[in-house]
Design a protein around this ligand. Structure first.
Ligand code: BDR
Ligand code: CA
Length: 336
């Protein structure tokens, strides 16, 4: 589809999602928690009737791998969902050295959460092997990959076992930016910047791709009232979200002079639950992997000025009020 209007694309996606609403949608969450990753995981775990989390695969990103694994384990414990396995994945990008973001997320990655050490350890085996074996296992429904961090685990799995592609429903990602530019360099957003070679593999895969760039997430801001709504739930989960977001927002509030911080990663799960809160269009997206100046930039052909084929549904706008209402409503299901 070329130059489709925002509305028409949104409607197409809504109807295709509704067709498969009869049973929970199986997903794997690939993640580098991170406070916003943590809220995304909580949102998914709060909705077992709509989403079946087959496993959580941790990757190095916001903080080094041992911490992203530990943080994922802490979140499943908080949600009393230790039945969901957490796997340790790649501890560095495919080619480039690891870049982390403690300056945003704090030394632990989950500063503000109030969570202690998890009782449970990571599941045996490597996250990439879990992704491959889970996708190749015979099942009557394809699996959706929710990618909340650098794409290293996913690209490694696709390279190692190309047959998994046939079992992937779609890859829904937070990453990149268009009119908002980048948040690590003028052109590049963190998740893509950390592992541009992995991103290039994913965007060249021919799979159904969905992208939540900074253009969406910078509209999903944590105002004091929105944070208070989580605290008002009066549950450990609500308090944890409020504490994390209170810490997390300080960086972007100072940087952008905004009322709050962008709640990036939960937009991926919101897309699964209610795509009506988002609007976007099919575009071509390519990843810059050569120029140091623009390394990791998502080159999004929003205006269809090239003849490169559409390879991604790129969202550009979100109804922030509806998004936060959905989040509070669902986090309220986590009563512990
Ligand atoms: C992305 O980078 C990380 O800091 C966040 O968790 C999010 O996935 C935003 O650029
Ligand atoms: Ca993340």
């Amino acid at each position: 589809m070329s130059n489709a209007s925002d509305d028409s694309v949104s409607k197409i996606r809504v109807s295709s999602n509704r067709l498969s609403k009869s049973r929970p949608r199986p997903i794997i969450i690939d993640t580098d928690p991170g406070q916003d990753d943590a809220v995304a995981i909580m949102l998914a775990l709060a909705c077992p009737e709509e989403i079946e989390v087959l496993g959580i695969t941790a990757v190095a990103g916001n903080v080094p791998l041992p911490l992203t694994v530990k943080n994922a384990l802490s979140i499943v414990q908080l949600c009393q969902r230790t039945d969901v396995p957490v796997f340790a994945g790649c501890d560095r990008p495919m080619v480039r050295p690891l870049v982390t973001a403690e300056y945003v997320h704090g030394a632990t990655g989950l500063n503000g959460s109030g969570l202690g050490d998890p009782a449970q350890e990571a599941a045996d085996g490597h996250a990439v092997d879990f992704i491959i074996t889970t996708l190749l296992a015979e099942r009557d429904q394809k699996v959706t990959i929710c990618a909340l961090g650098p794409l290293t685990n996913i690209a490694t799995a696709l390279e190692r076992e190309p047959a998994i592609a046939a079992q992937i429903e779609e890859i829904v990602m937070m990453g990149g930016g268009l009119f908002e530019g980048g948040n690590v360099t003028p052109g590049a957003e963190f998740n893509i910047y950390v592992d541009p070679q992995a991103a290039a593999i994913v965007f060249g895969s021919g799979l159904a791709l969905v992208l939540m760039p900074l253009d969406v997430t910078h509209k999903a801001l944590t105002t004091p009232e929105r944070i208070e709504a989580f605290r008002a739930l009066g549950s450990p989960a609500g308090n944890c979200v409020a504490g994390m977001l209170g810490f997390f927002e300080r960086f972007d509030v100072e940087k952008y002079g905004s009322v709050g911080g962008p709640l990036h990663d939960p937009t991926v799960i919101a897309y699964l639950l209610d795509p009506n809160v988002l609007t976007g269009r099919l575009c071509n997206v390519e990843i810059e992997t050569e120029s140091e100046l623009t390394m990791g930039t998502t080159v999004i052909d929003w205006w269809n000025v090239t003849d490169r084929p559409n390879n991604c549904l790129v969202f550009g706008d979100i109804d922030a009020e509806a998004f936060f209402a959905l989040l509070v409503e669902r986090i309220a299901f986590l009563t512990h």
